[in-house]
Design a protein around this ligand. Structure first.
Ligand code: GLN
Length: 257
């Protein structure tokens, strides 16, 4: 099945920012789009490289340790910041996870008081607070009418500015800081989240939202129209069953799917 719909994805620093197999998100995005007859080309952009916003539909950055964030943040500011700001303003899509998400905020203050500057796509900051435990475990949040699930593991606590929209309300787990029940951030079609594990395969409906945005942006067609026109029927049982098996989240998932 191929209706000549093509999307270009860019994975940023794939060899550095790929903790917990976050790259699996790109692979699932490609796989799921293929079920709708959409071809996804995945390119990469690492240290010293730039990418062309006009030719890119979706950008992705995974999580990383503090040391990995420290390794790339200057390049992120020099070589990626302007392109990402243009992409955001143009309504393109970005998914950023954990350490990558922190780099899209204003800054991250590490435990040893080093400042890792971000690119201020999202208005807020992250601080690793001394003597506080890491925020680790399975997590669920409410995004629109959907329950998003994942796994989080971060020492940084993120505080969004009042005007910054979050990505979801925490139903289980910690989210941005373990206190205010917010998870992640959204600006236009840019998403930041603490959910690893990976977020797209576990949340196929969210993956569909992203595919829908991408085909609307590029081809002015909604995913639903593609589905109807071509009589596409996707079996989501594998994904639904995988969600049902997540430890700690059984009650929440069973209630909602
Ligand atoms: N270094 C960051 C923190 O611990 C991000 C870690 C990650 O991406 N899992 O807060």
């Amino acid at each position: 099945m191929n209706y000549n719909l093509n999307l270009n994805a860019i994975d940023l620093y794939p060899e550095i920012m790929n903790i917990y197999g976050d790259r699996g998100n790109m692979l699932y995005f490609k796989y799921r789009a293929s079920l709708y007859g959409i071809t996804v080309n995945i390119g990469s952009c690492s240290i010293g490289e730039k990418f062309d916003t006009d030719k890119t539909d979706i950008m992705f950055i995974g999580g990383g340790q503090d040391s990995e964030q420290a390794l790339i943040y200057k390049d992120f500011i020099t070589n990626k910041k302007n392109a990402l700001k243009d992409a955001k303003d143009a309504g393109k899509i970005m998914l950023s996870i954990c350490g990558g998400y922190q780099l899209l905020l204003n800054y991250y203050k590490t435990l040893d008081n080093k400042i890792i500057e971000g690119i201020s796509i999202f208005d807020g900051y992250t601080a690793a607070e001394p003597k506080k435990p890491r925020l680790t475990g399975n997590i669920a949040s409410a995004f629109k009418d959907k329950i998003i699930v994942g796994f989080e593991n971060h020492s940084g606590r993120t505080y969004l500015s009042e005007s910054q929209q979050n990505f979801g309300k925490v139903l289980f787990g910690f989210g941005n800081n373990g206190v205010d029940k917010t998870e992640g951030a959204i600006s236009n079609n840019f998403y930041g989240t603490y959910m690893h594990g990976s977020i797209l395969p576990k949340n196929f409906q969210f993956c569909d939202i992203i595919i829908d945005t991408a085909v609307k942006n590029k081809y002015k067609i909604a995913l639903n129209e593609i589905i109807k026109k071509n009589n596409i029927n996707i079996d989501n049982n594998f994904e639904i069953n995988a969600r049902k098996d997540i430890r700690d989240l059984k009650k929440i998932i069973n209630r909602t799917i």
